[in-house]
Design a protein around this ligand. Structure first.
Ligand code: GLN
Length: 488
């Protein structure tokens, strides 16, 4: 079997046994990237040569190291809004087009500590603002299942790279669905951890109270393996939680979901949900029942206000976070301007794309004197109600299952002229960010047109173990992963 088709845990096992070298692994991925990357366009920057140099160095090291370091020799792709020392980190924005960070994000330092190999930095919607990767300042990525479709977003490059076997696993970031939604579109697994579970230090901020880094992988076991490495308290991030990190791989050993109470929120099965998606998700709930889960209907009454609240809070925070790109402190600076003010203005005008500008304006407006209470204040109040809805639901059930996206992956260009339509594709994912709870997307079928459909499972804060256990039991019982995209 070709190495690039293996999951992280399968590849790691072969490596640990000494059946393959790190060099073999990087060669296999380089070949694969050369074959499919011109079509998929998952990466902004590739560093195959440095991965190969590191691989050769690793192969010289003692064999026992292979066993002790969980990611040794494993080639990963990293979303291009996560800082990597010495490697371009653009956020898919022209304003950071030449930005080379002088330090690693905490997650990267942790991956490095476990021997991972960086293959490259993946494409995204500029500053992670979008649901299709079309807002990238460097052109869109494509869905490996159908190249005329979007890979989802904003971590579309990471999801496409995993689905197209252009890396063994990847990291993404999720502010309102950007890990789960592209994972669903590309038929892979995407996990958004509880807010505070994974350090945000070195993740370029979009909306700080919502952003979380998480794994995008070929299966649930791989997601658990990566979470084991990246989770945990970090003094460099004041919002990171000082709570114990369990062994997530162990949690998977309990394969069944017996006695778990699983809720179906009725507000998530309403108008606008594609029939094929609804059917696949309901069948998945049926499968969980067969596995011993108890299915219950639950209510999340504030769901209808989530999009409005999110697009006020996220844009407000973004307008503040993106104020730092002024041509002085970071990145691009417009030349030949007559004074400082013009330099600020031209830099931002030339450096940011249309969606980022739209959000900065929206957020600035929502925060301005006189409107603050009516917009931002109100949105925060709604956020509290959404969190309480989940708290109430989790009194009754252990997990919730819902769709990830209202439809399978849409066509490139279909929604780009209509931002509101684009925003609506986040309807099922943003509430988890507003409430800070963990959620995972796992494949649960295919549309008639052959496009993947995702199942979302949500859990209580810091109970990623239960989430992974449910997702793993479902995955093992169904085997959707056997089907792979045929990239043409
Ligand atoms: N699609 C949402 C947005 O455009 C979420 C993006 C994200 O999670 N980074 O804001």
């Amino acid at each position: 079997m070709s190495l690039h088709k293996l999951t992280l845990h399968e590849l790691k096992e072969k490596f640990t046994k000494g059946e393959v070298t790190a060099r073999d692994i990087v060669s296999a991925y380089s070949l694969r990237i050369n074959q499919v990357e011109p079509k998929v366009k998952a990466y902004i920057t590739l560093v195959k040569e440095s991965a190969m140099a590191q691989a050769e160095a690793l192969d010289q090291k003692l064999k026992t190291w292979r066993r002790t370091m969980p990611l040794m020799g494993m080639p990963l792709a990293i979303k291009d809004n996560i800082c990597t020392e010495g490697v371009l980190t653009t956020c898919a924005s022209r304003i950071l087009g030449a930005f080379v960070p002088p330090y690693d994000a905490t997650v990267i330092a942790r991956l490095r500590g476990q021997g991972y190999l960086l293959l490259g930095k993946t494409n995204l919607d500029e500053f992670a603002m979008g649901s299709s990767t079309e807002n990238s300042g460097f052109g869109p990525s494509r869905n490996p299942w159908n190249l005329s479709r979007v890979p989802g977003g904003s971590s579309g490059g990471s999801a496409a790279a995993v689905a197209a076997d252009e890396c063994v696993a990847a990291l993404g970031s999720d502010t309102g669905g950007s890990i789960r939604q592209p994972a669903a579109c590309c038929g892979v697994v995407g996990l958004k951890p509880t807010y505070g579970r994974v350090s945000r230090s070195g993740l370029v901020a979009f909306a700080s109270s919502l952003d979380q880094i998480g794994p995008i992988t070929k299966d649930v076991t791989d997601a658990a393996m990566l979470l084991n490495v990246i989770a945990g308290h970090d003094p460099l991030d004041s919002t990171s939680a000082d709570v114990p990190v369990p062994d997530y791989t162990k949690a998977l050993k309990k394969k069944d979901v017996k006695k778990l109470k699983i809720g179906l929120p009725k507000e998530y099965f309403a108008e606008g949900l594609d029939q094929e998606v609804e059917q696949a998700v309901r069948e998945a709930a049926g499968e969980l029942k067969k596995l011993g889960g108890e299915i219950k209907d639950v209510a999340l009454p504030t769901t209808g206000a989530a999009i409005a609240a999110y697009y006020l809070i996220a844009t407000a925070e973004a307008s503040s976070n993106l104020a730092r790109y002024d041509g002085v402190k970071y990145g691009l600076r417009s030349k030949q301007t007559k004074d400082l003010l013009e330099m600020y203005m031209k830099t931002r005008q030339e450096g940011f794309g249309p969606e980022v500008k739209r959000r900065i304006m929206l957020g600035t407006y929502a925060l301005s004197a006189g409107y603050y209470e009516a917009y931002y204040g109100k949105a925060q109040a709604v956020r509290t109600l959404i969190r309480r809805d989940f708290e109430a639901a989790f009194q009754e059930v252990d997990l919730l299952v819902t769709p990830v996206m209202p439809t399978p992956a849409f066509k490139l260009g279909e929604k780009i002229q209509d931002p509101l339509q684009m925003y609506l594709s986040d309807i099922y994912t943003i509430s988890a960010n507003l409430a800070g709870i963990p959620a995972i997307s796992v494949p649960c079928g295919y549309s008639k047109a052959g496009l993947p459909i995702g199942l979302q499972i949500l859990g209580r804060p810091f109970e990623e173990e239960t989430l992974l256990r449910g997702a793993h039991a479902y995955e093992q019982a169904t085997g959707w992963r056997a089907k792979r995209p045929n990239i043409r």
